[in-house]
Design a protein around this ligand. Structure first.
Ligand code: ZN
Length: 221
């Protein structure tokens, strides 16, 4: 695990497992945690790593309902948990399948952790977008339309020109097909924010040229 500072007070934390990337935006009064990982052990590790960066109170935003993005939420409680309004209904649907996958791969501890993790539902939901004041800095949570899922949420930090894209952008692996016909339009909305850096849900932070290429590949598929 390691931190990458992608902007002033804006961080990506990289994990070898699933090549996952979690995020942190530090304001003057609060910090925003972008996804919490796939189980409570990972969530607790991430929470402790954030505490080494800042002692500010945190809010959590979940980019979507896939298990690896939200089953680590429990160690962050109590705190506000933001997600798209369609996220809660989709949460937990992939738990059994992934537990079986881990069993097959002889990753029994990961399977057990996933099965034992508490499903924490969002306390706050958005439909289109909402701007959060972190103290001296704003972060906008936005649903750019359907793409990887029907409830993807991206996080825009305008003063750092950073966008956390969740799995709408994947580096190191082709994007997992969700709503392919609408996905390019969702990426266009992210590109219209003119970010300098886009942090994917898996893989290394990328630039807009990478996102444009991914949009073009999705358009052709
Ligand atoms: Zn996903």
């Amino acid at each position: 695990m390691r931190w990458t500072e992608v902007g002033d007070g804006v961080f990506a934390r990289r994990y070898e497992h699933l090549d996952q990337t979690l995020g942190l935006v530090v304001g003057r009064e609060r910090c925003l945690v972008v996804d919490t990982g796939g189980d409570e052990v990972q969530g607790a590790e991430f929470a402790a790593a954030i505490r080494a960066v800042t002692t500010l109170p945190w809010l959590v935003v979940l980019t979507h309902a896939h298990f690896d993005h939200h089953f680590g939420t429990k160690p962050f409680l109590p705190c506000p948990v933001w997600a798209h309004e369609r996220c809660a209904a989709a949460m937990g649907a992939d738990r059994e399948t992934w537990a079986q996958t881990f069993q097959r791969e002889h990753k029994h501890e990961l399977a057990q952790r996933l099965l034992e993790a508490e499903l924490v539902r969002p306390t706050h939901v958005l439909t289109d977008e909402v701007t959060l004041d972190l103290g001296g800095r704003k972060a906008t949570l936005l649903h750019p339309g359907r793409g990887h899922t029907d409830h993807d949420v991206a996080v825009h930090v305008p003063d750092a020109e950073v966008v956390f894209a969740g799995d709408l952008v994947e580096q190191g692996a082709p994007p997992e097909i969700g709503h392919a016909a609408e996905w390019p339009r969702a990426l266009d909305r992210l590109l219209a924010l003119r970010p300098g850096t886009v942090v994917p849900g898996h893989g290394e932070p990328v630039d807009t040229a990478f996102v444009r290429r991914q949009r073009d590949e999705l358009t052709r598929s």
